[in-house]
Write a protein that binds this ligand. Structure first.
Ligand SMILES: CC(C)(COP(=O)(O)OP(=O)(O)OC[C@H]1O[C@@H](n2cnc3c(N)ncnc32)[C@H](O)[C@@H]1OP(=O)(O)O)[C@@H](O)C(=O)NCCC(=O)NCCS
Length: 201
């Protein structure tokens, strides 16, 4: 995999022209949605709100972009550091309920997309590492993604240090939960909260 030196990773919140960046992000979001068609404009807006806009609105400090030399967004990562199974903002995403035993240990979650011409150059991995460092600094013990079971991107997440932890059914589709523990600021992976053994004697 050739590393791409012509893009830089930046925090969305620190860009001087966030409106332009958000326009680029939305275009990439719908581009990666492929040929998906919507019955109504309201359906399209609801889809965008669920997987993109709520992150930009509620968690702007957790969003990262890869910027091309002309300043255009080549790819983005939006996410949230809080456990989505225990946050009402995500109550419309029904798979989180069944994954709550895992989200507690891997609460930070993300959505990442690159425009086609910038894929397979290592940019996605750089965005993941920027989010991982940010989440670890904020004290998150782990992070996760939920994606299609067996999708090509599964290999990408495994290469980025995620582990395939569970397969679930969601609306008749197989989905995969992939989690990665995060190092504490001292450099040690955070251990899950295990019950303390009973004191002897
Ligand atoms: C998945 C994605 C973010 C990875 O970023 P990237 O910079 O291309 O990834 P890297 O260069 O660090 O790693 C290359 C790996 O990315 C994945 N990848 C590359 N192109 C991809 C594509 N069109 N669709 C899905 N995964 C892809 C592959 O796993 C690839 O490894 P492979 O060539 O051995 O299959 C990016 O390719 C992308 O946006 N793909 C389309 C949308 C998508 O699948 N988003 C994730 C939704 S959960």
């Amino acid at each position: 995999m050739a590393l791409d030196a012509s893009t830089i990773i930046a925090r969305l919140a620190e860009l001087p022209d966030r409106n332009r960046a958000c326009g680029d992000i939305e275009a990439i979001f719908f581009e990666t949605g492929g040929t998906r068609e919507f019955d109504t404009e309201a359906d399209r807006a609801a889809f965008r709100e669920r997987w993109l806009t709520r992150y930009l609105a509620h968690f702007p400090n957790d969003a990262f972009v890869a910027l091309a030399t002309d300043g255009a967004v080549a790819g983005y990562l939006v996410g949230c550091l809080e456990d989505p199974a225990r946050n009402a903002l995500f109550s419309d995403i029904s798979y989180f309920g069944g994954l709550a035993h895992l989200t507690q240990r891997f609460p930070a979650h993300l959505h990442i997309n690159l425009t086609a011409r910038y894929r397979s150059q290592g940019i996605g991995a750089q965005l993941i590492e920027a989010f991982a460092a940010h989440a670890a600094r904020a004290g998150a013990p782990g992070m996760h993604v939920v994606t299609g079971e067996g999708a090509r991107n599964n290999r990408f997440y495994l290469a980025c240090g995620f582990e395939h932890l569970e397969t679930a059914d969601w609306n008749g589709n197989a989905i995969a939960f992939l989690g990665r523990l995060l190092a504490s600021p001292e450099g040690q992976p955070r251990l899950p909260h295990l019950p303390l053994p009973d004191a002897l004697g």
